[in-house]
Every structure is written in structure tokens, then in C-alpha cells.
Design a protein around this ligand. Structure first.
Ligand code: ADP
Ligand code: MG
Length: 454
């Protein structure tokens, strides 16, 4: 009979191999497993300080090892004695004899896959995007209606992915539609692996299930279909199936349909057969408004002077502009200095602003990873330890170590004072994963190429 004590014991065995004897004995061995809550193991620490220390320094490694011991466990929650009753009362899962977690059905909405801060409310309207925003709202209110497909195109970092998420978030809160959001690269991988696995029925059913049973299909960055003949063929059929059943299709691209090279004529025609809208580069005033909104979301007090300075220095991409803002936020939290004048901002951003930047720094990597996995920068460097955050965090750590050869302790300091053993573990784990897990390998290669060929 397996219970949480066995699971914890196995976890301790593994951890003892990964950590120094002292850290292990002082901090980790004294934790007591309490119960399982939302698929995370609740661990009780003897004191508040111990809770804080394990949480920030060893939380990632513990989560990592726990989910290796029992893959159904997706995280760890650290508490102190006073919170024990509260968790024991609200535990929502039990282990069966074989160690499987049986979840009591938790009433509540289905999990929302969309990025929560990409909504219509947080999308600042300006002349450059008014038309695209109106089209997106109209599709969100009436999916499968008059604007089908909706095709949005623009240069990079101007809000296409934000709008797709906004539509998704809106539909999640107002309807029960099945919404599938995929980046075209994911779709290409899906189509290819479905084609090569033709022998396995299960595989192609799963594929059908995924692409042909949704009510709304969003494919982000369809320009990557360029030149992929077999994928285009398969996508043409998916498109027609959905379209004929009045399912909404929303596509984004960096160019208008007619300008996408090496794309079948019939797909170009399909793509342009609904409504095509573009997003232009926003004017200075809109860029400043966007910066204030982004700063407010991060609870950062952004002075007008600094906002204008950033907006003037990143004229062509909002993503780039946000990168500069994040640097200011990051810099001021590291140095504990208020950056509220143009001079201070200039100082903080001097490396990034020097013409055609050659050097990549840690913030670029953190931003790129956050962007790729659609998690926030704060979460990435913060204390959260759900798997969906821990994995990107480990990848960021791996890349910083690989690309910048920064000392492990310095990386630990950047990531909320994590211990250098945690950093070392992340680095080794991802090094290993790259060899064994294609998904991780693709992620690392993608992020690296985005970073290196800017
Ligand atoms: P794209 O998909 O076009 O490359 P994204 O949607 O990823 O661009 O946008 C890049 C960043 O800029 C995101 O953080 C997004 O929230 C932000 N952004 C773009 N346009 C706006 C806007 N009008 N209001 C607020 N944020 C915006
Ligand atoms: Mg995008």
C-alpha cells in the first residue's frame, strides 16, 4: 500500500543525492508530508524561516523530484504548523493502494489555457490597431458569424498573439465553446507526426479529436506554413471541414495572405475569404499608454519621463518596448533604486540601447523564455512552483548558464535567491532533457535562435 509517506521517503532518497549533506539535513529532511491538494504535495516546515528558505531555495528541486517519483504530482506547497488544519480540511485528492492520485471532482470552470493578462481590457486602443481590435471583439461576440476566417497580420510584437488570447479569454468566460489555440509550428509538428504515425489509429483519432472537433481554431503565425507542402495540404482539409461546419477560424501572420511566399494559391484564397485586418505601428502617445498599462499590471510606478524615454527609444515593436520596461523594473528591484528620470533610465538601459545590440544579457533570456512559454517574468523569477512555471524557469537557467557562462550563485541570486544546488540541478536536468525529450529540445532551439538572430 503506497501512501504519501512512501512517496516522500522516495523523494528524500533522491534529494539526498542531489543536495549537500548540510542543506539536506537542515532544511529538507525536517519537512513533514501532510496531504495532497490540487495535485501538489503539502509539506509542513518546523518554523516560518524554514518554510521560507525551503520554498525559495529548494522548492524547484523538490517539485522536480516529486514529479519524477509520482508524475501525477505537479508541485509542492510549503506551510507551517498553523496552516495544517486548513489544508487537511480542504484536501481534494486521495491516494489509492497503487499510489494513483484519485481526484475528487472539483467543481469549477475548465482550465483556461489563455494568458490571463492578455485581454481586451488590457489591450490599449489606438489608431494603429482600432480596426483589428474591433474585428477581434466582433468575432468574440459572434464566433462562426460574418467574419470567417478572421485574418490578422502585422510586424512582430504588435499585438496579434495578445488579440488571440483576448478572444480566447472572452469566449472562455462567456461560452462553453471548445477553443483550440496553436502556434503554426505546433500544428506543423502535429500534422507531421500524425502523417508518420499512420499505422496507429489511436494517434490519428487524437489528431482528429484535437483539430476537427473544436468550435474555434486559432492558428498563430501561419507564415511558417510557407514551403511546407504536405502540411498545407492537410491544413486545407482541416480548414474546409471547420469552415463548412460554421466553426470560427482565426489566423495571424506577419504578412497579408497574398504576400506569404510558397503558400498554395487555394490556401491564400481561403485565408483572405473572410475579413483581413492589419495592425500598424502605434504612435508615440499609444505606446506611452501601453507602457503605463504594462507597468501598472506589474505594480510598478512608472514616471511620465521614463515612459516617454522608453517609447521614443523603441519605435517599432511593443514587445521590444516591454523588454526595456522590464529591464527598468528588474534593474530597480535589483539595485533598490527608484528610476524616475531620463538620465537614470538611460543609465539602466545603456547596454540595450547602444545601436544594434550585439550582446545578449540575462534579461533578454528571461524575456524570451517568458514570451515563448507565455508565462510572466515575475512568475519565472519568483517563488511559484507549478510545473508549468518550473520547467520554463529551468530552461531560462540553463540558457543563461550556457549563453552567458554566468556563475551559478549569481544566477541563483537573479532567480529569487535560489541556492546554487538548485541552479546546478536545473542546468543538468535540461542538459539531459535535451537529449531525451524532443519537446524540450525544440523549445530550447527555438528560444536560442530567436535570441541569437535578432
Ligand atoms: P505579436 O504576436 O504581434 O508578435 P504580441 O501579441 O506577442 O505580438 O505582443 C507583444 C507584446 O506587446 C505583448 O506583451 C502585448 O501584450 C503587447 N501589446 C501589443 N499591442 C498592445 C496594445 N495595443 N495594448 C497593450 N499591449 C499590447
Ligand atoms: Mg505572436
Amino acid at each position: 500500500m503506497i501512501n504519501i509517506d512512501n512517496i516522500w521517503k522516495d523523494t528524500l532518497d533522491e534529494l539526498s543525492k542531489l543536495m549537500t549533506v548540510v542543506s539536506f539535513e537542515v532544511w529538507v529532511e525536517k519537512l513533514e508530508p501532510v496531504c495532497i491538494f490540487q495535485n501538489q504535495l503539502v509539506l509542513c516546515a518546523p518554523t516560518k524561516t524554514a518554510k521560507k528558505t525551503v520554498e525559495t531555495k529548494y522548492g524547484d528541486v523538490i517539485t522536480e523530484v516529486l514529479s519524477a517519483v509520482n508524475p501525477q504530482l505537479t508541485g509542492s506547497i510549503f506551510i507551517t504548523e498553523e496552516q495544517k488544519d486548513e489544508y487537511l480540511k480542504s484536501q481534494d485528492s486521495v491516494l489509492d493502494g497503487a499510489g494513483f492520485i484519485i481526484n475528487e471532482p472539483v467543481p469549477g470552470p475548465i482550465k483556461n489555457p489563455f494568458k490571463e493578462n492578455y485581454t481586451f481590457e488590457t489591450f490599449i486602443q489606438g489608431k494603429s490597431n482600432a480596426y483589428a481590435l474591433a474585428a477581434a471583439k466582433s468575432v468574440a461576440e459572434n464566433p462562426g458569424g460574418t467574419y470567417n476566417p478572421l485574418f490578422i497580420y502585422s510586424g512582430v510584437g504588435l499585438g496579434k498573439t495578445h488579440l488571440l488570447n483576448a478572444i480566447g479569454n472572452y469566449l472562455m468566460s462567456t461560452t462553453k465553446s471548445r477553443i483550440l489555440y496553436v502556434n503554426s509550428e505546433t500544428m506543423i509538428n502535429d500534422i507531421i507526426s500524425n502523417m508518420t504515425n499512420k499505422t496507429s489509429n489511436e494517434e490519428s483519432n487524437a489528431f482528429r479529436e484535437k483539430y476537427r472537433t473544436c468550435d474555434v481554431l486559432m492558428v498563430d503565425d501561419v507564415q511558417f506554413l510557407s514551403g511546407k507542402t504536405a502540411t498545407q495540404e492537410a491544413f486545407f482539409h482541416i480548414f474546409n471541414d471547420l469552415y463548412q461546419n460554421n466553426k470560427q477560424i482565426i489566423l495571424t501572420s506577419d504578412k497579408a495572405p497574398k504576400d506569404i511566399g510558397a503558400l498554395e494559391e487555394r490556401l491564400k484564397t481561403r485565408f483572405a475569404s473572410g475579413l483581413t485586418v492589419d495592425i500598424q505601428i502605434p504612435d508615440l502617445e499609444t505606446r506611452v499608454a501601453i507602457l503605463h498599462s504594462k507597468a501598472a499590471q506589474q505594480k510598478f510606478n512608472l514616471s511620465k519621463e521614463v515612459a516617454f524615454f522608453i517609447a521614443e527609444n523603441s519605435p517599432s515593436s511593443i514587445r521590444e518596448m516591454e523588454g526595456l520596461l522590464n529591464k527598468i523594473i528588474f534593474y530597480s528591484s535589483l539595485t533598490n533604486h527608484i528610476i524616475d528620470t531620463e538620465e537614470l533610465a538611460q543609465e539602466a538601459l545603456k547596454d540595450s540601447l547602444s545601436e544594434k545590440k550585439e550582446v545578449i544579457d540575462a534579461t533578454d533570456i528571461v524575456n524570451a523564455v517568458a514570451d515563448y512559454f507565455r508565462v510572466s517574468v515575475q512568475d519565472l523569477v519568483g517563488p511559484k512552483r507549478e510545473k508549468k512555471i518550473v520547467e520554463p524557469r529551468m530552461i531560462a537557467i540553463y540558457l543563461i548558464n550556457e549563453l552567458l557562462s554566468m556563475p551559478l550563485a549569481a544566477i541563483g541570486a537573479m532567480f529569487g535567491n535560489r541556492d546554487h544546488t538548485t541552479i546546478m540541478h536545473s542546468r543538468d536536468k535540461i542538459t539531459e532533457d535535451i537529449r531525451t525529450d524532443t519537446r524540450i529540445k525544440i523549445a530550447v532551439v527555438d528560444i536560442k535562435s530567436k535570441l541569437l538572430d535578432r
